[in-house]
Design a protein. Structure first.
Length: 268
């Protein structure tokens, strides 16, 4: 039995869980899920997995300190999915988040955009890496003066707030890059209510390529993290630890790729 911690509000985590089930079944394992919610924190979710005697823990985007995760690895093998771990003490499967956002900036600049604003993802390693990717990408193209980061998080509400801030300022950028697809959908919703056309007046890009981004009503340009590939590597890491006796930590870093859909175009 493999224990999986999942954020119930994340469409991308839902995609990962679907692929984790398939990968686990292929090697004779099953999953037990424990959810994070607005009233149920990460610690409680992990304790539940241990109570169900999960043989290994696959943690999707954990925010706990590295020493806490390392101590947990002493109770059951821990595989961290989606988050960079500096100390190299744990098994990690992730994509290069900074490179993914850099690809977005590169594509927008190639289309002619200069005024590119970023809606941040808040605290945490994943948000830090994506924010760095935006800043580095802008500087790479000599656009230091156009760097603009708005406060946000991983929700649609954050994207709406950021878009309203831009609308109230009276001068929209030609492109908005959001921390994730949920935030980007919030940006789209606020711009639509204000009568701002996308991509005619403002291009919008998300990150994750979750199932909502693919809906025809959004058709959102985004970055794919390769959910199926991440899931397979995560299950393989757990099996190596449990069945093959591997003890040394291993990091797998996958290359993200830009998925161009309807929400970007040349600037007005």
């Amino acid at each position: 039995m493999l224990g999986v911690m999942v954020d119930v509000h994340s469409p991308f985590h839902a995609d990962l869980v679907e692929h984790l089930h398939s990968a686990a079944e292929e090697v004779g394992y099953d999953l037990v899920l424990s959810t994070q919610t607005r009233t149920r924190d990460e610690r409680t979710a992990i304790e539940t997995l241990l109570a169900f005697r999960s043989e290994a823990l696959i943690l999707l985007g954990p925010t706990a300190p590295v020493d806490t995760l390392a101590a947990l690895d002493g109770k059951a093998p821990v595989i961290v999915v989606g988050r960079r771990i500096e100390a190299g003490e744990l098994d990690v499967v992730r994509t290069a988040d900074d490179d993914g956002v850099g690809q977005i900036v590169d594509r927008l600049v190639a289309l002619g955009h200069r005024q590119i604003t970023y809606v941040d993802g808040g605290k945490g390693v994943i948000a830090t890496d994506r924010r760095r990717g935006y800043r580095t990408g802008m500087r790479r193209h000599g656009l230091d003066a156009h760097i603009g980061v708005l406060r946000g998080d991983n929700t649609e509400a954050a994207g709406e707030r950021a878009a309203r801030h831009l609308l109230d300022a009276g001068e929209l950028p030609t492109a908005v890059v959001a921390f994730n697809d949920q935030s980007a959908i919030g940006v789209l919703a606020a711009l639509a209510r204000a009568g701002v056309s996308v991509p005619g007046e403002v291009s919008v890009v998300g990150y994750d390529d979750d199932r909502l981004s693919r809906l025809s009503c959004f058709d959102l340009t985004t970055v794919s993290q390769g959910a199926e590939e991440q899931a397979r590597y995560a299950v393989a890491a757990a099996v190596e630890r449990l069945d093959q006796g591997r003890t040394e930590p291993r990091e797998v870093v996958l290359a993200p790729h830009l998925v161009v859909r309807r929400t970007i175009a040349e600037p007005r």
